[in-house]
Design a protein around this ligand. Sequence first.
Ligand code: PLP
Length: 389
Amino acid sequence: MKPGAIDRCIAFIKSQYEGEEPVALHAPRFLGNEKKYLSDCIDSTFVSSVGKYVERFEKQCADYCGAKYAVAVVNGTAALHMALVLKGIGPGDGVITQALSFVATANAIHYTGASPVFVDVDRDTLSLSPAKLEDFLKTESVLRDGARIHKASGLRLRSCIVMHTFGHPGRMRELLRVCEHFGLVLIEDAAEGMGSFLDGRHLGTFAPIGALSFNGNKIITTGGGGMLLFDDEALARKARHLTTTAKVPHSWEYDHDAAGYNYRMPNLNAALGLAQIEQLPGFLASKRALAAAYSKFFYDEGIAFISEPAGAVANYWLNAIALGDRRERDTFLEKTNAAGVMTRPLWKLLDGLPPYQQCPRANLDNARWLEDRVVNIPSSVTRWRDGKT
Ligand SMILES: Cc1ncc(COP(=O)(O)O)c(C=O)c1O
């Protein structure tokens, strides 16, 4: 880093968020119909999992993402869990995913009784590497009685979850090709990807199942919430059934034909979501303008700013930079946070967390390289006070 770079960085970030002290990493913005829809929802008394806002929000998400079906659930973790349940993943199975992810990706696998199996990411996309995945499957697995078995652990490798880090797309076409060749079902953890496109397609719609999150820190929020995206009607119907306690429709009988889940998104949350999705184009424009300003600033400072890969239009949900090494990263984190500018390192790699230390893993050199260097910087929607988003 050039001398004085961190101080200039602090001043630049503060200039983007004048009047906000401290500067948050990602604060939600409620600038539209939120209060109107919430109050209408309360007046209707339908605040839980039955109500018009859930259906309207699902329809808006499906239309925006270009998915045939969208099923709203309580959060992104539940969406991922349900995706695995729908594909019959359970004990004895291994689900390949990246160690560079938020813990929810591995937790969802764990809930099914399956085990995460960690494979490396690419340095440029920060997402699962198709080349590393292919190499791992070729060298570490074998086809036995029609099942793909991980040689060292004996786990059946049946599925793979790619996570689109910070809204930057992974290499979907290559990943789909590798998964198809080795007989794995691909699932997209697009929790961070609402508003991101690759080759004109929304993230979460490449694989048979995609999962979105609307947590308070995401680009649009429902407070807590998630969405499953499908093109397959039978899968969507099953998801709707299982997430609503597997209740068989009847005017008064309590009949449940499976051990279902109470995962349906409440109407109150969907009301908030509907108001938020109406503002998504404005939020995206504001975030892309901020990313362009950051990109120029960090270019002038000689610091690597993480940009969307070729063919992608990313949402720039969380902007990120890569510093020279871990020492530089830690100094940056210390000084910016002390100055009231919230910055955060990458998540600790999942293979090192106590619940996942025993899980199989491949060489994770790229993930470790990124863990030492990548820092997220404030990324909330800017220019919002005057309603110009
Ligand atoms: C990559 C990733 N996966 C899954 C989740 C889980 O979403 P939720 O917090 O809505 O359960 C999140 C975010 O919170 C995430 O960032």
